[in-house]
Design a protein around this ligand. Sequence first.
Ligand SMILES: Cc1cc2nc3c(=O)[nH]c(=O)nc-3n(C[C@H](O)[C@H](O)[C@H](O)COP(=O)(O)OP(=O)(O)OC[C@H]3O[C@@H](n4cnc5c(N)ncnc54)[C@H](O)[C@@H]3O)c2cc1C
Length: 407
Amino acid sequence: MRIIIVGGSIAGVNAALACRQEYPNAQITLIEQQAHLGHLPRELFFSLEQQQFTSHELVLQEEINKTYQIEVFLETKCERLRDHEVELSDTTRLPFDKLIIATGSTQRSRLAGTHETFQTQWLYKSVKDQHEIYNKIKQASSIAIVGAGAVGISFASALAKQEKKITIYERNERPLARYFDEDMTPILTRFLQANQMDCLFGQAVEQITPTEKGYQVTTANTTQSADLVLLAVNTRPETQELTTYLAKNTDGTLWVDDYLQTSQTDVFAIGDAIHVKFRPTKEELYISSIENARRTAEVVAKNLHRLIQKDIGSIRPFEGNFFGVDYLSLGLLEQEAIFVDYPVAIKSLKLTATTFLKIVFHKKTRRLLGLQLVAQEVSIQVKEWAYQGVDDAIVVDEWLIHLSKMI
Ligand SMILES: Cc1cc2nc3c(=O)[nH]c(=O)nc-3n(C[C@H](O)[C@H](O)[C@H](O)COP(=O)(O)OP(=O)(O)OC[C@H]3O[C@@H](n4cnc5c(N)ncnc54)[C@H](O)[C@@H]3O)c2cc1C
């Protein structure tokens, strides 16, 4: 069997390794348009905290090639998809029995002008772009962060110790609104304010205008200048000719069935390129995460020979440490309880002076559906128990008894 994987980042690399394990004799080729295999984008925040740029590839080309016998093409874009054949940027055509599309996502926003401007000024996902944005951040005295989601808050926290004027714009009334209920984030807002960051929450940015010195950022209420703007808004798959003939969802993600097969037989898609099921509501959601990339990579490898394993979906894990406080969110939030057709109960607990837990569970079966934990420090043991609790929907009373022994 000849397997081709397009995209050599978290999903693609994990799929290549999982395919090697499933099919020891397959010919596996991994194609990546950049000069190296993927890295963890969050390393940018580590670099900013340490004030020194670092970046590590997930795996080296030689290692994946020699140890796992996986052929790797770097600096090669996969341009077109034909019937059991792909065409590369140098016009070579490669036949395949099974194709896995792991082309991921990129940052996109209508605020950033043309596609070209965006490509040259705003991206910070690849190592090259991260290095450039790192240098721009170093030089800027005033920075506007647009979006107080996971990426925006990571920027804010990483820059806390640097003497820069930071303004955070967020259309919601609070940070991390996608991952936490309202009562779990006031502590984060207090930390942002205590670090002299201007939080313009409840204000959507309407326009970003380049000026001689930097930018002007305009909302309905105000216009302010900044040397640099960091767009920390949604990511989505890039429009590519490669996927022209594949069915898509309205937001540009590739449509896949439960086995991760696209609208074309023998062509699969994984990671940030697709929607997945949010397990508690069964709703199709766009969840850009490492967990998703890894899980879908494992599932797709099982399904290449025969369609045998459905993707169970994601509990949308979110983990972060901001201003020295750990934040963990898994599964259903209280604010999402209206989207399920079963009765839901909520319990909020102050476990220690600095540990706040909120759990969401099925009112009748008492099985855990989701939890949010904000604590000075969450041990690995507690984290693992939290994942297990939501993953396996453990009965909440049992789960809490065991947790109390760990805290
Ligand atoms: C700044 C930042 C911080 C993040 N931090 C976290 C975090 O802490 N935790 C977390 O869970 N998630 C985090 N994420 C999200 C996470 O990085 C993504 O969910 C993950 O990278 C998705 O992996 P992927 O392999 O599906 O896609 P991508 O990482 O987008 O990789 C796709 C790859 O495909 C290549 N490619 C695309 N098209 C072609 C083509 N036609 N031919 C050849 N190659 C192609 C691209 O060059 C790229 O290397 C973060 C994202 C960003 C931007």
